[in-house]
Structure formats: C-alpha cells, structure tokens
Design a protein around this ligand. Sequence first.
Ligand code: PMP
Length: 291
Amino acid sequence: MNIIPFDDRDGYIWMNGEMKPWRECKSHVISHGLHYASLVFEGERAYNGKIFKSLDHTKRLFNSANILDFTIPWKMEEIEEIKVELLNEMKLSNSYVRAFAWRGSEMIAVSAQHTKIHVAVAVWEWPSYFDPEAKMRGIKLDISNWRRPPENCAPVHAKAAGLYMICTLAKHEAEKKGFDDTLMLSHDGLIAEATGANIFFRMSDGKVHTPLPKTFLNGITRKTIIQLLQNEGIEVLERDINLDELENVTECFLTGTAAEVTPVGRIAEFEFKPSNLCKKIMGQYSDLVRG
Ligand code: PMP
C-alpha cells in the first residue's frame, strides 16, 4: 500500500504548547500512553476550512480524559483556537483533524497519578471518499466474534485508545475474509456498531432503528443524523436490536466522522439495497457539513 508513513511527513503538529515541525514530534518509547493505553483522541473533519462540530469534539476529548481519570492542562477555547491555527498553518481546507492527550513517562506502572499529561493536535489530508455512485453499492460487513464490553468492564463512553484493540482485531478478521468492515455485537448479543462507526437500519415498518449507545460511543454524526431524519419527518427508534431482526431490514448505513454516511449492502448473508433513504441522508449530511 502506498501510504506515506505518519512519522515521515512535512508540516507542523501542535504539541504541548508549541507549533513544532512534524518529524520532531516525538514521545519517549517508555510512556504510559503507549504501554497502558492511557490515551484519548478525537477524529474530526474540516470541510472548506471549517471543522464540523468542532466544539462538540473538543468537549468529548475533555470528557474522555476525565473518564480516564486525567485532566487536560489546557482550556477548551485554547484547543479550539489551536485547531484553526493549525489548519491555516498546514494550508488544508478539507482535512482530518486528530486531537489527543496521553500520560507521559514519569510513572510506568498501573498507578499513574503523577504522570504529565501531554496534548497534541495534528491535521492531515483525508479526502472524503465521496463518489456517491460507488458508495451507493454499499459496503459488506461481516459479523464479528469480538464483542463490545459492558459499561462496568471498560470506559465504553470515552474515545480511548484501549477500546480500539478489539476493533482492530475485529476489522482484520473481516478483511481477511474479504469484507470491508464488521458488525460488532455487545457483550449480551445485541447489535452494537461497526469498528469505527455507528449503524442505522430502515426496517420494513418504514421507520429507522438504531441501537441504544449503551456499550459504545454515541457518535456526533449519529446524533446529527437522528436530527436530520427527524427533520424529514422520519421516525427514529433508539432501542435494543437483535441479530435476527436483520431479515426485516430494507436499508442500512453507517455514520461517523470519517465514514460520514456509508451505505451497507450486506451483513453476513443478509443483503440490502441502498436506496432513497441512503441517498437522501448522504446528500443532506454532505450539504450540512459544508454549511
Ligand atoms: N464508534 C466508534 C468506535 C468510532 O471510532 C467512531 C468514530 N469516532 C464512531 C462510533 C462515530 O463517532 P463520531 O460520529 O463522533 O465520529
């Protein structure tokens, strides 16, 4: 694959108060974030120079840090300003924005009370793979054997590095079988989400159903899409959804900052035809983010 490694790029990253050359932004190999997954992050997108729901992402970053029992040593307004400054510095108007915070090297043990909290923001080009025709064919999802842990077994409402361990394993398992992504169930067998995006179904009752975010992120895109659907007069039911209900699904799509609105054409042996609803919601979301 022809991807430029992320440690070998030009430009700047804002790190701990400084706009530093990209290649100089290093963290020591013995750091708590790396060894114990004490890292929280955000994935955001800028469209035409403006980050969609920037403040919501910053709030979630701070909340994720609190859930992991640390405090980001900056004000939310400062992070908001840094993101804008960095987009200008990098001369990127359509891009992905990654803000993150992690525990440093002062303590390498389970207890990490006295670690320094590091914060960085990076932006890079990530084209919105927006070929609506290709997307309308719908991606193929497997059903993973990996499940989302319950709320009392992991900080499931934080966007925290450690939770992505099972997502990577689940996605690799699916890719090896020729799928694009995979559907993850929650610990108790309910439909949860894909590995990096929330899921919506249009069912034979004409309504849109989406799982309750009890064991996974209540995505910023998910909330936006629920609002868009309701504005269209479409009823949205947030509820527990079982796998055997897939036979009643007529359309299915994923939502997420990176995924935007991505139609799903198949989940395991269940096939759907992305149609009017997917098209409408993709169009509306695209218009909304470009403001
Ligand atoms: N679930 C997971 C596991 C994710 O990584 C993401 C992307 N942040 C989402 C859902 C969707 O969240 P959002 O719409 O806020 O990007």
